[in-house]
Design a protein around this ligand. Sequence first.
Ligand SMILES: [Zn+2]
Length: 139
Amino acid sequence: MINIDRSDDIFYRYKMSPLIIRQQGRNGQLILVNIDEIAKQLSVDSIKLVKFISYELGTKSGNTNNQWWIKAEQPTVSILQEIISKFIDNFILCKQCGNPETTISNHLTMKCASCGHRVKLVRPEDNGSVDKILKMYKK
Ligand SMILES: [Zn+2]
């Protein structure tokens, strides 16, 4: 397990599984084997996490037979893990206390159950990956 905030503090209590990937022989599909598990650990919908990865890589994604995939030739697992960290920085960690016990409302207010902080997230409106995911929260 790794720390959600990327620290190496062994006493940090918020943990997540490292991403496991598997290259699918045909079509250049990369299966995100345990992305549902990671999404659950982050208390976020899998589709937001998968879409963010695909937007960051500029590639397609989907779900076939309950397996999430992205269309990608050879992104290393460390690149994908970096993208997941970027997702966490933007949508999971409290801007005040840094804990991941947050929720984002459809008005884009991030509330932290740990310290009580509330902040209105501002859409970059550049149609980039952060903007696109914030749009998904609005629905
Ligand atoms: Zn907080």
